[in-house]
Design a protein around this ligand. Structure first.
Ligand SMILES: Cc1cc2nc3c(=O)[nH]c(=O)nc-3n(C[C@H](O)[C@H](O)[C@H](O)COP(=O)(O)O)c2cc1C
Length: 266
């Protein structure tokens, strides 16, 4: 924050350090390092009064238990990295134009390494409070994929030829307020956009598939995919090598309609 206030985060710092104290052993090293570095920085700059003083005491007790690599650059706010070998605007637009929802796939195995690469790229998308409240559940077993492809409605006619079906699953537990109930959809969707673009750069193609809000379908999905009770499918994605003998619909875009307005102009 510029200028930095002498005191901030008083409303939630106590919850934060209590949560860290209670969950530290379950966190991986990078998470522990991040929690450590941010809180060291935080308590180093704020005035320690009231809840902040109480939180500081708890953090002092928890700190020695955190797995920290001393030599590492601290995981704290820093200036933006300098751009290196970014695609040009034209290159980006050509990728965006190249991607088409593809429904016909070669019956060729999709290497898991490629899927992992695309998922890792998708994980770079922004999420509310960086909570990353979704994950990609990949089905590449042919029998299972065929079975699961019957769950969503929008695959009639091409469901049988989908080599890989991905369920993107959102976790409601990441957002405790009712006011934030849509965030899992927004988070996951931003990531899905990165995912489908990444697939294209790897020679793969995809079709995002609607997951409708129908209780009977929801039950069938839960019977087939053992999700936690707070988890919900956001979308399915069909993935595979495109079969170029299959047609792709003509799906013109309307940039002028999307472009919208500036300020209060009509
Ligand atoms: C949220 C969402 C749900 C979709 N659901 C389906 C679906 O169930 N079946 C399908 O064949 N295509 C589905 N699509 C793909 C759209 O039909 C496609 O994106 C649209 O026609 C534009 O074509 P394009 O992706 O090639 O630009 C879906 C796309 C989105 C974004």
């Amino acid at each position: 924050m510029r200028p930095r206030k002498p005191s901030f985060a008083a409303d939630y710092i106590l919850d934060t350090v209590v949560s860290l104290r209670d969950s530290a052993p379950t966190l991986n090293q990078a998470e522990q390092q991040w929690a450590h570095d941010v809180l060291v920085e935080y308590f180093g700059v704020v005035e320690k009064r009231g809840a902040i003083a109480e939180a500081a005491e708890i953090f002092t007790a928890v700190r020695p238990q955190l797995a920290v690599a001393g030599s590492k650059t601290p995981s704290v706010p820093a200036t933006r990295a300098k751009a290196q070998s970014l695609p040009s605007f034209d290159e980006l637009v050509s990728l965006l134009q190249y991607r088409k929802s593809t429904r016909w796939f070669k019956q060729t195995t999709v290497p898991r390494e490629l899927l992992a690469k695309a998922i890792n790229a998708a994980a770079l998308a922004p999420t509310a409070c960086n909570r990353q409240a979704y994950y990609y559940w990949v089905f590449d077993d042919p029998t299972l994929t065929q079975e699961l492809a019957k769950l969503p409605m929008g695959v009639s006619g091409f469901g049988h030829n989908i080599p890989v079906l991905i369920a993107v699953v959102g976790r409601y537990r990441a957002y405790s307020h009712v006011r934030d109930r849509h965030l899992i959809y927004i988070d996951a969707s931003l990531s899905i956009m990165a995912f489908v673009q990444a697939l294209e750069t790897l020679g793969l193609a995809s079709c995002t598939i609607n997951w409708p809000e129908i209780p009977e379908r929801e039950k069938r999905a839960r019977d087939a995919i053992p999700m936690e009770s707070d988890e919900r499918i956001i979308m399915f994605i069909a993935v595979g090598y495109p079969d170029d003998t299959g047609l792709v619909p003509h799906s013109p875009k309307q940039p002028e309609a999307v472009f919208g307005r500036f300020n209060l102009e009509s």
